[in-house]
Design a protein around this ligand. Structure first.
Ligand code: SF4
Length: 257
C-alpha cells in the first residue's frame, strides 16, 4: 500500500510542469516617453553639470566616504576624510592604521564607532575577495560591510561612470508623488526609473531628481510656483500648472555624493 502511494506521488511529481520564477510586475511610470524627455531636458538646461561633493582620491576612498556619509553632512565627512585619506588611501594602509586610529580620525561623524568597524571590515574584504581593488560591479559592492544598494549605485556611477539610479529619500518621494516611479520600495522605484528615463539623461538623472527634491519639490510643501516642470507634473498635490522660467545654475553640488 505504502509502495503504491509512493509510486503515485512520484508520477504526480514527474507530471508537474517546472515553474519559472515569477517576475514581479511593477507599476508603470505615468508619463509618456515625450513627457519624460521634456522633463529631463529641462532639468539639464537648469543644471548642466551637477557634481558630487564628497572628497575622495580614488574608488576606494569614495566607497569609504559614501559609507561614512550616512546620516552625516558631506562637509563634516570631508573635514574628517581629508586627514584620514592623507595617511590611508588604500585598504592596505587603512588596515595598517588600525581601528582605534581610524575611529580617532572620524570621531566627529555620527555613528563613528560602527562606521570605523565597517571601514576596517570592508577594507579587509576588498583585499581578501577582490585583490585590493574596488569591484566595478553593483552586486559585488553590496557584499562589502556597510555598503547598501544606494552606496553601491553612487560608487559605480561616480567611480566607474556607469549610469545608475541611487534612490535616496528625495528620489523615492518624487518618484511616488509625481507618479514617475510609483514603487513601494527603493528597489522598485529604481527599476521603474531605469526603464522610464531616456538613456541620454540616465547618468545624471538621480542627481537632477535629488536636487529637484531638495530645492523645489520639497517633502512638506512642494514649491510648485517655482517648478520648471509644473505644466507636465501629474502630482495630486500640485498647486500650480504654470512652469517657472529656467535659470541655469552652473555649480551645484549634490549632498551625499
Ligand atoms: S509641480 Fe509641484 S508637485 Fe509637481 S514636481 Fe513641481 S514642485 Fe513637485
Amino acid at each position: 500500500m505504502a509502495d503504491l502511494a509512493k509510486e503515485k506521488a512520484t508520477k504526480v511529481a514527474a507530471k508537474k510542469p517546472c515553474r519559472k520564477p515569477v517576475k514581479k510586475r511593477l507599476p508603470r511610470c505615468r508619463y509618456t516617453k515625450e513627457e519624460m524627455a521634456a522633463i529631463f531636458a529641462r532639468f539639464k538646461e537648469q543644471r548642466p553639470e551637477p557634481k558630487g561633493e564628497l572628497f575622495h582620491v580614488n574608488p576606494y576612498t569614495l566607497v569609504v566616504a559614501v559609507a561614512l556619509s550616512a546620516q552625516a553632512t558631506d562637509i563634516g565627512v570631508n573635514k574628517a576624510t581629508r586627514h584620514l585619506f592623507a595617511v590611508a588611501d588604500t585598504p592596505e594602509k587603512m588596515l595598517a592604521l588600525g581601528e582605534d586610529k581610524v575611529r580617532d580620525y572620524i570621531k566627529t561623524i555620527g555613528l563613528y564607532k560602527t562606521k570605523a568597524k565597517n571601514v576596517m571590515a570592508l577594507s579587509q574584504k576588498i583585499i581578501d575577495d577582490f585583490g585590493g581593488e574596488v569591484p566595478n560591479d553593483r552586486e559585488l559592492l553590496t557584499t562589502l560591510p556597510g555598503v547598501g544598494r544606494k552606496t553601491a549605485n553612487v560608487v559605480v556611477s561616480m567611480a566607474f561612470g556607469q549610469p545608475t539610479i541611487a534612490v535616496d529619500t528625495h528620489v523615492f518621494r518624487i518618484g511616488n508623488r509625481m507618479g514617475m516611479a510609483p514603487g513601494k520600495t527603493p528597489d522598485d522605484v529604481e527599476a521603474i526609473l531605469e526603464k522610464a528615463i531616456p538613456e541620454e539623461y540616465l547618468y545624471h538623472a538621480h542627481h537632477w531628481l535629488i536636487l529637484h527634491g531638495r530645492y523645489t519639490c520639497k517633502a512638506r510643501s512642494p514649491e510648485c510656483e517655482n517648478c520648471i516642470i509644473a505644466d507636465i507634473c501629474k502630482a495630486k498635490e500640485k498647486t500650480c500648472s504654470v512652469p517657472a522660467a529656467i535659470i541655469p545654475i552652473e555649480e551645484q553640488v549634490i549632498p551625499g555624493m
